[in-house]
Design a protein around this ligand. Structure first.
Ligand code: PHB
Length: 256
């Protein structure tokens, strides 16, 4: 058998095949869901031929899907694989009935977020036809220091992560985002003491985010929140969220 060159695992720039695939997948955002392979190549900075090949292979495997106009989007198979056995799915399933109760009584957006790579990642959001403004999206992210869910997750996070975030920079998302490290440290201490946060205007002036921790076997694994119009008093939402979090914790305890 003639000698054959073994394909190089790494490109000339030194990034592995896996890294290149992740770069391709990472060009998709909640705002940019459809792209051509040429646009993907431009955004990844990878050579056009490499990108077209990776995109073609990902389509073949069902991880990307192509539409009639030759644009691609993330495939259902990616969603299926991501949810299979995922701890996020177990959490979401336990949370949903309790989120619905909050939704019925408070009639505003209700969402569930987890800590993911230094940000709050939203697993679920229930809306109400009359609910006010809300910038959270399912599978979207918000900064830890600027959202009510993020503040709860940060308050109960590993001290190491907390210190890293406190070191800054703390970007102002709105004019009321807490960007002073001393003020943020005091806020996080008060969240741990009180067990909830009401954060008026920290993302947008018109809203107050209210969030509580959700524990699984004692450890905080998520934040449950509602977004209220700024003028709405937060206390009824705090009580509804605390009671829902207890329900979720009970169901998580019984689910394994
Ligand atoms: C919050 O969690 O603080 C929050 C989230 C979305 C908004 C406003 C506030 O639109």
């Amino acid at each position: 058998m003639p000698w054959q060159a073994v394909p190089m695992a790494n490109s000339r720039s030194g990034d592995s095949m896996t890294e290149r695939i992740v770069r391709v997948l990472d060009t998709f955002t909640s705002e940019r869901t459809m792209q051509t392979a040429t646009e993907i190549a431009r955004r990844t900075g990878l050579p056009s031929s490499t990108t077209h090949r990776i995109v073609g292979e990902l389509i073949e495997q069902g991880l990307l899907e192509r539409d009639d106009e030759n644009r691609v989007r993330l495939g259902m198979r990616l969603w299926e694989l991501a949810l299979r056995g995922s701890s996020a799915l177990r959490l979401r399933q336990a949370a949903l009935p309790h989120m619905e109760r909050v939704q019925v009584s408070i009639r505003e957006h209700t969402q569930l977020a987890v800590l993911e790579h230094g940000e709050a990642l939203f697993l679920e959001r229930l809306s109400h036809p009359d609910a006010g403004a809300n910038i959270t999206r399912i599978a979207g992210r918000l900064p830890l220091h600027a959202s009510s869910s993020g503040l709860v997750l940060l308050a109960f996070a590993d001290p190491e992560l907390r210190e890293r975030v406190l070191t800054g920079p703390l970007r102002a998302v709105s004019s009321e985002t807490v960007t002073d490290a001393h003020a943020l440290r005091a806020l996080l201490t008060s969240i741990r003491r009180r067990g909830y946060v009401a954060a008026p205007g920290s993302i947008e002036a018109v809203s107050t985010g209210v969030a509580v921790p959700v524990r699984d076997h004692g450890e905080v694994v998520a934040a449950l929140s509602v977004v209220l119009p700024r003028e709405t008093p937060p206390q009824p939402a705090v009580e509804a969220l605390l009671s829902a979090a207890e329900g979720i914790q009970r169901d998580l305890r019984n689910s394994h």
